[in-house]
Design a protein around this ligand. Structure first.
Ligand SMILES: *Cc1c(COP(=O)(O)O)cnc(C)c1O
Length: 216
């Protein structure tokens, strides 16, 4: 399954993030040995344990909701945080990145699903946030794009529409706030059930777990 998914993702020149949450190192290593270097986790403790025990050339992605008091544990090594969903979390990342003497790449998570529960900024909240963000407040955080999760449904029309709305939010923000920021280039969307639709709608990064590793 991994090779088919990688082939598809590569056709779209997108990045495959293999979501290894709950999976032990013995299951992760065979995928690593195939050349996979981007892995995603959604819990800080598990992420830190895996960072410490797996090869150091892995790029670790934090994809789950992140508590402010746990940012410090991942700040020294995290490759990309997909799930920045509040100005307060952003501020904490800035603080911990500064302490760790690095610049951390992040995506702003946008609420695109019908479900109320899914985290993320509303599109208009992001505008307000960006309008008020000073360069001093973001000296150690690079916003490199957006992330979104579609409604969990078999209705492909709904999923397509939600991904399309994320792409359009991305294009609007790019035009208004990131004209001179070539690194604002990523749209992280698509999981096992919907990554093909996501790629078709402009995803640059898919987060695929169960289709690679089996059910959790
Ligand atoms: C678990 C998870 C995924 C991967 O889900 P699969 O359906 O197993 O591919 C992607 N994104 C987020 C935010 C997740 O929590």
């Amino acid at each position: 399954m991994y090779n088919e998914i990688l082939k598809k993702v590569t056709e779209y020149q997108a990045t495959l993030v293999a979501v290894s949450k709950t999976k032990p190192n013995a299951v992760i290593m065979p995928i690593y040995d195939l050349g996979q270097r981007h892995f995603g986790e959604n819990r800080v403790q598990e992420l830190v344990d895996k960072y410490e025990s797996l090869p150091k050339d892995i790029h670790w992605h934090m994809i789950g909701s992140l508590q402010k008091n746990k940012v410090k544990y991942i700040a020294p090594f995290i490759h990309l945080i997909h799930s920045v969903d509040s100005p307060e979390l952003f501020e904490t990342i800035q603080k911990e990145a500064t302490k760790a003497n690095r610049t951390i790449d992040v995506l702003l998570q946008v609420h695109i699903a019908r479900e109320e529960t899914k985290q993320g900024f509303e599109a208009r909240e992001i505008e307000l946030f960006l309008q008020n963000l000073t360069s001093a407040q973001s000296s150690h955080v690079h916003i490199v794009g957006l992330m979104g999760m579609a409604t969990f449904t078999n209705d492909t029309a709904v999923v397509t529409e939600e991904f399309r709305s994320l792409k359009s939010t991305f294009d609007n923000l790019k035009g208004s706030y990131f004209q001179d920021a070539p690194r604002f280039e990523h749209i992280s969307m698509g999981m096992s059930g919907d990554y093909e639709i996501a790629l078709e709608e402009g995803s640059t990064m898919v987060r695929v777990g169960s289709a690679i590793f089996g059910n959790r």
